[in-house]
Design a protein around this ligand. Structure first.
Ligand code: URA
Length: 215
């Protein structure tokens, strides 16, 4: 079994603000309103890390005082791919930080018996071959949805793919890394384990229900 420390592209974002907000979200008494607000704030903070290596180019601009060469993001706009429905909870925060990003959606549900991902929706922006992609889902649990989503995105041959979640567990990291070793994983925490129903322990419960107030 792969030791997680042997996975070089697993990035656990240990920033105190990220950890603090995640702890508040985990609490069972957190309201839908505060869960959503915290997820929004966390997504902004995590976007900062995920985009750290974006390419920039030097452009000439004029300040009110003189001309200068300054850095701007290079290339076609980033694509955020949301795994429905919980992935949508991450979009607002990320789009606040990267407002020009394009957005793709993949609808996958987990078959409750097999825990395998079944696709029901797929819509991506144009020119995927010229774009960098960040696939987002708050929970990387079994890893099956993430693998299925990345299989589909990879077939469109984007320049690069990263995966961003809030929480994961050793099973999810191993499954995703085994299927897609080239995809860097960004998370705020790696929890202890999965339970028999595919939930992360200690986790934060069902992210979709907590974001949308459906339970
Ligand atoms: N999806 C969730 O929303 N929560 C989990 O713990 C696992 C998958």
């Amino acid at each position: 079994m792969t030791d997680l420390s042997a996975i070089p592209n697993l990035h656990v974002i240990n920033h105190p603000l990220v950890q603090h907000k995640l702890t508040l979200m985990r609490k069972k008494e957190a309201s839908t309103n505060s869960f959503r607000r915290l997820l929004n704030e966390l997504s902004m903070l995590m976007a900062y890390e995920v985009t750290r290596d974006m390419a920039t180019q030097e452009v000439e601009i004029e300040t009110p005082l003189e001309k200068m060469n300054a850095q701007m993001i290079d290339g076609k706009k980033l694509v955020l791919v949301s795994i429905l429905r919980a992935g949508n909870g991450i979009l607002d925060g990320m789009l606040t930080v990267v407002p020009g990003a394009r957005v793709g959606h993949i609808g996958l549900y987990r078959d409750p018996k097999t825990l395998q991902a079944v696709e029901y929706y797929f819509k991506m922006p144009q020119d995927m071959q010229e774009r960098d992609v960040v696939v987002v889902d708050p929970m990387l649990a079994t890893g099956n949805s993430a693998v299925a989503a990345i299989d589909r995105v990879k077939a469109l041959k984007p320049k690069s793919i990263k995966f961003m979640c809030l929480l994961t567990c050793p099973e999810g990291v191993r499954t995703l890394h085994k299927a897609h070793p080239d995809v860097a994983i960004y998370t705020a925490a790696v929890d202890r384990q999965l339970n028999d129903h595919g939930y992360i322990l200690p986790g934060l419960g069902d992210a979709g229900d907590r974001i949308f107030g459906t339970q």
